[in-house]
Write a protein that binds this ligand. Structure first.
Ligand code: NAD
Length: 309
């Protein structure tokens, strides 16, 4: 399922932030033929956003733009405060002002911190984000809950370690596969027993697209996990890579204290909501991602990889 295959008319907004290689972002857009539909706008610019909403008159908004990554929030906190908070508020306010029916936004499994009991449930009380990134996502949920609402339904989706073709080049799956293809060592900055609920990107987009037209949501808080509900340790991920004959030389470095030890999302609320539940097994998702990466020209892949090293 895609916006194109569902014949949903859409415009995309991105400020092409240099957090990772901008050529990768543009190549992605070109690969799906959407150059003319993605507009260079910064969500922190409320006036530009207002003009865009006035011109396009959207009925639904999927808000994904954000400064991602946990580690950079330690050294460069400004984008987390600007894009993830001011920007979030601007997009939500514009959606309200223009009477959009729905505002769907990306939150993160990082809001659960290290104190939550697995599998993480949306109803758990959260008070201990471990990074400024996690705090910015938790604050989005609070803004969405408390900012007075007119007609716009707000639904926050807590994404769990999304991977797949065109996945972020600072994330483990991309870096593992690219290290193998480029003959580089993979720098491991986590313990091998860290647990992640890896979720395939196509499963995530299917849920978001289905949520555009789903009439009723059961979650009282209007927050839903998007997770496979089937977590793996990094060691198990390495085994899967070996089974797929993707060989990697691993260089162990010290673990980053900002990383949470485990993510494992409950899928119960998602099941009740009648939205599709992620079903792609990690092995199949990795195989697809590997296939995609093998189709990328090596010099280009190396540039994307090295930019985020
Ligand atoms: N990838 C994951 O595992 C994961 C997990 C949890 C949550 N999320 C959330 O999902 C969303 C998408 O994440 P992603 O991994 O695809 O990241 P991404 O960096 O690939 O996509 C985010 C996009 O937002 C754009 N952006 C940043 N600041 C902006 C601004 N001020 N104005 C306009 N555009 C701006 C960036 O240029 C980037 O292209 C984010 O909200 C992220 O926090 C992702």
């Amino acid at each position: 399922m895609s916006l194109q295959s569902e014949s949903i008319e859409a415009v995309g907004i991105d400020n092409f932030s240099p957090y990772y290689n901008v050529d990768m972002k543009r190549s992605h857009i070109r690969s799906i033929g959407l150059q003319s539909q993605v507009i260079d706008v910064d969500i922190c610019d409320s006036r530009a956003l207002h003009e865009l909403f006035k011109d396009f008159q959207p009925t639904h908004v999927i808000h994904l733009a954000a400064q991602g990554g946990v580690r950079a929030s330690k050294t460069d906190p400004i984008p987390y405060l600007m894009s993830n908070q001011t920007g979030f508020l601007n997009v939500l306010s514009a959606s309200e002002n223009f009477g959009c029916a729905k505002f769907l936004y990306a939150s993160s499994s990082s809001v659960y911190g290290d104190l939550s009991e697995a599998p993480f449930q949306e109803s758990q009380t959260l008070s201990a984000p471990k990074s400024l990134y996690a705090l910015s996502k938790l604050s989005n949920e609070l803004i969405a809950k408390h900012l007075p609402s007119k007609d716009t339904e707000r639904i926050g989706f807590r994404f769990f370690t999304v991977y797949g073709p065109w996945g972020r080049p600072d994330m483990a799956v991309f870096r593992l596969l690219a290290s193998s293809l480029l003959g580089e060592k993979f720098k491991l900055t986590a313990n091998k027993d860290v647990i992640r609920d890896f979720t395939y990107v196509k499963d995530v987009s299917n849920i978001l697209i289905a949520a555009l037209s789903t009439q009723t949501m059961v979650s009282e808080s209007n927050i839903l996990n998007i997770s496979a509900g089937n977590p793996f340790t990094l060691n198990e991920l390495f085994q899967i890579l070996e089974e797929l004959e993707i060989h990697i030389e691993i260089e162990e470095t010290s673990a980053d204290p900002l990383d949470v030890k485990m993510t494992h999302g409950s899928v119960a609320k998602l099941q009740e909501s009648a939205l599709p539940v992620p079903l792609t097994h990690l092995r199949d998702g990795i195989r697809e991602t590997w296939k995609w990466m093998n189709g990328i020209e090596k010099d280009q892949l190396r540039a994307w990889f090295e930019y985020s090293s």
